[in-house]
Ligand binder design. Structure first.
Ligand code: PEP
Length: 249
């Protein structure tokens, strides 16, 4: 079967005001001029989704949210429903990022409920998994990561578009990256679980790597077996850096 186009998704986290739209415009202009081999997405803060959709809608850059609530509507002050992200112009949503798992106590079950909500709203979820440094040092990486994959992906995603992002918690925003062998080992293990859960469909699900990806290391990481793209934090904030990663894909 032919592999899907890799996905390079930028996670702006809680960064970005209206002025940052210029960075996204620069990315959109560059990829429209020279269409890359990869799909490209930018996930800005929720406040910028509709303005980003106005600024770059119809270009080759897709737009994603960074989280959603599982419920469709209700008394959940401060939260955003998947339907609201879609209404604002998003087509993807990052779920279960380690900053949410650690900071808000998000469990696999909650992430799975959110992934179901994303599906309900027509959004493509990017479901994040990854071990802490203590878990890696205890030799528990594969157990932790495969457990998160099993627990965070609801059955309803069978046959639907979604991706998994392997993001070692200790590599996020630190400049540290696992060795290429360590990345590949985890991706191959995730692939096996995806095939177990989703059979043929699991063979084609993109497994992104995330954690200190930059233009200088993107190429070697993106060539690895079962690496189907990248989830990029810090290096997605500047168009030049993000484009360097996109070009490596
Ligand atoms: C992330 O937060 O998803 C991420 C990968 O961050 P960074 O690229 O900055 O490590």
């Amino acid at each position: 079967m032919t592999a899907p186009r890799p996905l390079i998704a930028g996670n702006w986290k809680m960064n970005g005001l209206a002025a940052s739209l210029d960075e996204a415009r620069a990315v959109a202009a560059a990829i429209d001029e020279r269409p890359p081999g990869a799909r490209v997405a930018i996930c800005p803060p929720a406040t910028l989704i509709s303005r980003l959709a106005e600024a770059i809608g119809g270009t080759g850059v897709e737009i994603g949210g960074q989280d959603c609530r599982a419920e469709q509507a209700g008394a959940f002050t401060g939260d955003v429903a998947a339907e609201m992200l879609a209404d604002a112009g998003a087509t993807l949503v990052i779920l279960g990022h380690s900053e949410r798992r650690a900071g808000y106590g998000e469990t696999d079950a909650l992430v799975a409920a959110k992934a179901g909500a994303a599906h309900r709203a027509g959004l493509e979820p990017i479901v994040c998994v990854g071990e802490t440094l203590a878990e890696r040092e205890a030799g528990r990486t594969l157990e932790i990561v495969t457990g998160q994959v099993r627990g965070s992906l609801p059955e309803i995603l069978a046959g639907k578009a979604f991706s998994v992002a392997y993001e070692p918690v200790w590599a996020i925003g630190t400049g540290l990256t696992p060795t290429l062998e360590q990345i590949e080992e985890v991706h191959v293990a995730i692939r096996a679980v995806l095939v177990e859960m989703f059979a043929e469909h699991g063979k084609g699900v993109a497994i992104l790597y995330g954690g200190s990806v930059k233009p200088s290391n993107a190429s070697e990481i993106l060539k690895l077996k079962d690496v189907g793209g990248a989830l990029v934090g810090g290096a997605s904030l500047k168009a030049a850096d993000f484009l360097g990663i996109i070009e490596a894909a």
